[in-house]
Design a protein around this ligand. Structure first.
Ligand SMILES: Nc1ncnc2c1ncn2[C@@H]1O[C@H](COP(=O)(O)OP(=O)(O)OP(=O)(O)O)[C@@H](O)[C@H]1O
Ligand SMILES: [Mg+2]
Length: 229
């Protein structure tokens, strides 16, 4: 599905990602785990064409998409939920979804509301007035309107109350059941382990570890060295 091959990414002169490689297979939920500033968001931005890599390749369903524009990737079936939960604040929840609707999309608003019934209940509310958890739900719902086969979720539960986090985790599992492949970045390994099949650990812009969720869970040394446990 997704193959990130030896990418190097920079912000101006700062070299941030070094030879980062990772894969997401069809139907998998893959964790990209690491501390603050490790390079998780930069990896997502590299894939999504927001900060394209200067070296290396990104392959999606066999096609080289390195440096492709974000809106084209959305149309090709990559949904991206950035870490900032930005919604169209002046629009209603419903209009936030309507505005990205594509005629040939497999996902309709109705289908999105079936997955997120809580959103349908607040569909007339102004998005700027929603709670953090509701806004996060909305940004995920909006990404679904592109009928993604692959979803990039950048720390979706960060800063949310435990109860809301649990809701979101359930929703992410529903997306997995719907057959969507997911790359999920996360600092909190406990939360990540409930969702992921496999994990990569990134630190200082380099991939330091790769393993299944249960291998990682059993590896106290790696967890202590690279993650907050
Ligand atoms: N726009 C930018 N310009 C310059 N450096 C940046 C920029 N954005 C991020 N960085 C640097 O790139 C490195 C990786 O940051 P990144 O945001 O990818 O980390 P992260 O793993 O997503 O961290 P967090 O958990 O805090 O979201 C950090 O050292 C950060 O300071
Ligand atoms: Mg980040």
């Amino acid at each position: 599905m997704l193959d990130v091959a030896s990418i190097h990414t920079y912000y101006g002169l700062s070299h941030i990602l070094f030879d980062v490689s990772l894969k997401v297979d069809k139907g998998e939920v893959v964790g990209l785990l690491g501390r603050n500033g490790a390079g998780k968001s930069t990896t997502m931005r590299s894939i999504m064409g927001l900060t394209p890599p200067r070296e290396g390749k990104i392959i999606f369903k066999g096609e080289d998409i390195t440096g492709e524009k974000p809106f084209k990737l959305f149309r090709k079936g990559i949904g991206y939920v950035p870490d900032d939960r930005r919604v169209f604040a002046d629009l209603s929840v419903d209009d936030n979804l309507e505005i990205v609707y594509q005629r040939d999309s497999k996902w309709s608003k109705q289908r999105v509301y079936e997955l997120f019934p809580a959103l349908e209940e607040i569909k007339s509310r102004r998005a700027g007035n929603l709670s953090g958890g509701e806004q996060q739900m909305l940004t995920i719902a909006r990404a679904l309107m592109g009928s993604p086969e692959l979803l990039l979720l950048d720390e979706p539960t960060e800063g949310l109350a435990p109860l809301i986090v649990r809701d979101l985790e359930e929703q992410i599992l529903k997306l997995k059941k719907a057959g969507i492949s997911i790359l999920l970045s996360e600092q909190n390994i406990k939360s990540a382990l409930k969702l992921i099949d496999r994990a990569y650990i990134i630190d200082n812009g380099r991939i330091r570890y790769e393993g299944t969720a249960s291998e990682l869970d059993a590896n106290e040394e790696v967890k202590k060295r690279y993650l907050m446990v």
